[in-house]
Design a protein around this ligand. Sequence first.
Ligand code: NAG
Ligand code: NAG
Length: 417
Amino acid sequence: MLWIKCCVVLLVFTYASHADPVCSVPDSGKASVTALVLNMAKSVGPCVTPNPSVLLALNLVDKTFDPATADLLVKQLKEDAVTKVSENLPFSSGKVALYALALRSSCCDITNIPYSKGNLNLVSLLENKTKEEIKSIEKEKKKPLTTFYQVALDVLALCVVNSHVAFQAGTTLANAVPSNPTSPDFSVDTAAVAVMGFTCVLGMDAAPTKTISSVKNALSVLINLMLNNQMSDGIIGNIYSTGLAAQALTAAQSYYTTTSWNCPLTIQKVLQEIPLGTFSLPIAAAQVLPFLQGMSYVNVKDKQCTVDNSPRITVEYTIVNNLVEENFKYTIQVEVLEGSTLLQVMQKAAQINPKEFSFSTTDSEWGVFVSSINNLAGNNNQRTYWQFFNETTPLQLGVSSYKPTNKEHILAIFSKF
Ligand SMILES: *[C@@H]1O[C@H](CO)[C@@H](O)[C@H](O)[C@H]1NC(C)=O
Ligand SMILES: *[C@@H]1O[C@H](CO)[C@@H](O)[C@H](O)[C@H]1NC(C)=O
């Protein structure tokens, strides 16, 4: 499918600012957190329904994990969103919001996801769905089409993608928050997501005064709701609402006296629950992990994504050994930036398929010398070495100097000298 390739446009990202966590995981708890990340990442697979919260968590976690996992999730989420839209399947506003947040956390261009029938603009879809929610709350029945939880996700995602509809949605949601919320409409989970959405909106440029005052008001009501739901063991609400609530209290720390939340106790309780398997469901791990890293969903907004439009080339790379047992021949297509060296092509191949394309090098006066590929090393006594060709012509330059051109076919052939 062609449209999948769109996200292959490499996007470079960095965090513009770092969260200043209210508290952090002590060294003794770090192994548990790593185990939780790995366990959650294991839930991702080719035949598993993709979970946007897992991608969000992976992208917020300050660790280098297997990038193939995130790539697979991005591909699956895009395919899933496109299927839902093109086949008119249910896709509620909150779900669109989560997909938008997750794909944005991977620096995808969510305004332009190409597919067979055109382009899917997930931001426009989210704006439209949110406007329907707003209409339902304001005009019809004082209730959203879905739930306030989903509307809170809408506000958060609209803000993260910098849509001005976030102001309208934020105001409507804020006005719907009762001064003393007790109803199931505003549980700790809903309050947590709304607090993240409101905190994000207050950080947007040019927020209308009306929005600011309504949102600040509702923000303080919902922060109090969460603080009042702190248990003596550090849980906020129940163990499963604790992750979102703690993310929210981390994000909104400039809007309350931080001493009114016993953050270290919450961390301690969560760490105790990890080995008990409490967060073994991917969604449970995904909600608690950003908090354990001192992050919240609001931090997705700080992630600076710059589109790298540098031209790319495709190089075909083949490794052949017909000289010694066991013979082998493998071919791979590699996409690299134009101007990359053959060494960079080989590194990319090894990254995509380490089993067959791993190699080792030694440095010599002549540049980098390839000593082995696919665990087969040249041997001076047997007068064997790895020789490089473009098609049939031996390369005159070393791998660290030679720059293949687009569609060039490079062969590494195990040879005798
Ligand atoms: C959102 O609504 C506008 C106006 O009705 C429409 O033109 C646009 O196609 C809609 N966007 C999506 C993604 O459905
Ligand atoms: C192989 O290299 C030669 C010499 O550098 C060049 O003229 C030729 O175009 C290359 N072949 C391919 C298929 O790129």
